[in-house]
Write a protein that binds this ligand. Structure first.
Ligand SMILES: [Zn+2]
Length: 214
């Protein structure tokens, strides 16, 4: 039957176009071993990678997509991407709004048309839990997708991103929303780093004063 009206066209698109244009079964089989991650879990996993925490090959595979689900994954390969990711995240900590202007367009460009998301939703005791598997054209594309979660102003991750203020550390973490307006207070990842970091700040202030009074 020929399609006559726009309504019929929609029906045709929904029901008549064969679903074989995407090798769906192959795609699902390739990603079957990857546990889906919620977006927050993906953000946290990216931070662990950037913080140089040890990640198991399975964790790496979940972060960088199906391409790496093969055994014997070489995690050394990712090390090269880390300085760029660290710099981008530090930029987000410094100011999320200008980070979008400076790195958002590039990061979006990497992800566009190069990442597929396979959602997995479960409803548990009335709670909606949405995870997703990410399949990237390459592991770099999948990593850029994780970075984009911090750049998206519709999501809270960028505003909650913190970096340990002690200069010898610089670990990233997702923090709590600040209790008051304005800049969040200095973040330190452990009480020891707070001690070290605050000592360092004091020394810097004193040095600055000395220079001023010379
Ligand atoms: Zn620290």
């Amino acid at each position: 039957m020929p399609v006559q009206t726009p309504e019929e066209m929609v029906a045709a698109l929904l029901y008549l176009v064969p679903a074989t244009t995407v090798p769906w079964e192959q795609l699902l089989a390739a990603t079957a071993k990857l546990e889906p991650l919620t977006q927050r879990e993906r953000c946290e996993l990216l931070l662990r990678a950037v913080n140089s925490d040890r990640l198991s090959p399975t964790m790496w595979a979940r972060l960088v997509g199906a391409h790496e689900s093969t055994p014997g994954i070489d995690t050394q390969l990712y090390k090269g991407a880390m300085p760029a990711l660290r710099a981008a995240l530090a930029r987000v900590v410094a100011d999320p709004a200008t980070a979008i202007v400076d790195i958002g367009a590039n990061s979006a460009e990497i992800v566009n048309d190069s990442v597929m998301l396979i959602p997995k939703v479960s409803v548990d005791a009335g709670k909606w839990v949405q995870g997703e598997r990410v399949v990237g054209r390459s592991r770099g594309h999948a990593l850029a997708y994780a970075l984009n979660l911090f750049l998206d102003p519709e999501k809270a991750f960028g505003r909650l991103l913190r970096q340990c203020r002690w200069s010898k550390c610089g670990r990233f973490a997702i923090g709590e929303p600040p209790k008051s307006r304005g800049q969040p207070p200095n973040y330190y990842c452990t009480p020891e780093h707070r001690r070290e970091g605050e000592l360092e700040q004091t020394r810097e202030r004193v040095a600055k004063l000395r220079r001023k009074h010379k």
